[in-house]
Design a binder for this molecule. Structure first.
Ligand code: SF4
Ligand SMILES: [Zn+2]
Length: 352
């Protein structure tokens, strides 16, 4: 796709001569209306206020763990990336970054989050040359002050960290790692994460020693757990992750994606998605421990089912969770109620 490499230049010229509307039309034409970047407001725990970030969905080669083992039991991300990502060279990926930055310049995003359906730091998924060049471009950016990437722990070592930090200069780096569950059986047999606690702890330590902010993903409700067990495991995992030194937590509320074991069990009625009340309970019990993000209501490929409450309150509760992720105000979640909360309480028991 040679055209992609000159596309940032073509779009920039089009924008200057014919305006942003025409440039956007051209971009939609070339990307087949596939949305690969957007901006959103999110609470920034370092700045202690809501900030605008640029989210870039980078089509890498797809998660190698998933290619080799079938992947985690709730995740279909990698399949999607493998389909799209095989056509993108290192130069193409850099071009996508440039297009995203050019189209969002007016919004002045202060951070960049890259999601590539796997590990950004795995050279077999995102070529090293693209990793380094994107970091170098972030260093030169006037508005972007930090970059967030995700990686499995096995791709993080001191050599790689030194390489990346050299390109990034004094811009900030946040690395997200999927811990999902603190219990070995739940993490490695139910979720099939393939991550040892020792490796997780060592990786967090290494990142922190190098001045990198760490974020750990915690999964709310893995397969084979009851509602109550899933709440308890999420709370224990958040405590364990903070004790291990993680700076931030992102709670991922389960949803169903096609082609996963979770989908199979869901269709056989052997798996039920968590209540939104459970997500709120986990936040209420852990928000004092450290920074918490909450997500998991949409993704790519689009879920076929997402977590909810009853028809009356689901939208309202989701909006409250969304607002919480924007301004970190726990007061928004404290007073929420609905008749269905009683059903949830009966299911999980009062002794949480
Ligand atoms: S959750 Fe992460 S590690 Fe697991 S299959 Fe999906 S992309 Fe790969
Ligand atoms: Zn309700």
């Amino acid at each position: 796709m040679i055209i992609l490499q000159i596309l940032p230049f073509i779009l920039e010229i089009t924008n200057k001569i014919f305006g942003e509307k025409t440039a956007k039309f051209l971009l939609n034409f070339f990307s087949n209306k596939e949305k690969f970047f957007f901006t959103e407001d999110i609470y920034d725990f370092q700045e202690k206020k809501s900030m605008t970030r640029l989210v870039l969905l980078l089509p890498g080669k797809g998660c190698e763990w998933a290619r080799k083992t079938g992947g985690c039991t709730m995740c279909a991300l990698s399949k999607r990336s493998q389909e799209i990502g095989k056509n993108f060279s290192s130069k193409n990926l850099i071009a996508l970054y440039k297009i995203a930055v050019n189209f969002t310049r007016k919004e002045k995003p202060t951070s960049l989050a890259i999601y590539n359906g796997g590990s950004f730091l795995n050279n077999n998924e995102i070529p090293l040359s693209a990793q380094l060049e994107i970091f170098r471009l972030v260093k030169e950016s006037q508005s972007i002050r930090k970059i967030f990437i995700e990686s499995r722990a096995e791709f993080i070592d001191s050599h790689k960290i030194k390489l990346l930090k050299k390109e990034l200069g004094n811009k900030g780096l946040i690395v997200g790692i999927g811990l999902e569950a603190q219990n070995d059986k739940i993490r490695n047999e139910f979720i099939k994460k393939g991550l040892g606690r020792k490796k997780y702890e060592e990786t967090i330590k290494l990142l922190k020693e190098n001045g990198i902010i760490t974020l750990s993903y915690v999964f709310l409700k893995p397969i084979y757990l009851t509602e109550k067990e899933s709440i308890e495991e999420a709370i224990k995992t958040i405590k364990y992750a903070f004790l291990s030194g993680t700076d931030e937590i992102a709670i991922e509320v389960a949803f169903i994606q096609e082609g996963t074991l979770m989908e199979k069990l869901f269709k056989e009625k052997k798996y039920k998605l968590p209540w939104l009340w459970s997500a709120i309970e986990v936040i209420k019990k852990t928000y004092q421990l450290g920074p918490l993000h909450i997500g998991g209501f949409n993704d790519s490929p689009p879920p076929i089912a997402i977590s909810s409450n009853c028809k009356i309150c689901s939208l309202r509760i989701k909006e409250a969770l969304q607002q919480y992720s924007q301004n970190n105000d726990i007061g928004l979640l404290q007073k929420l109620d609905c008749n269905c909360r009683r059903m949830w309480k009966e299911e999980v028991g009062v002794n949480l």
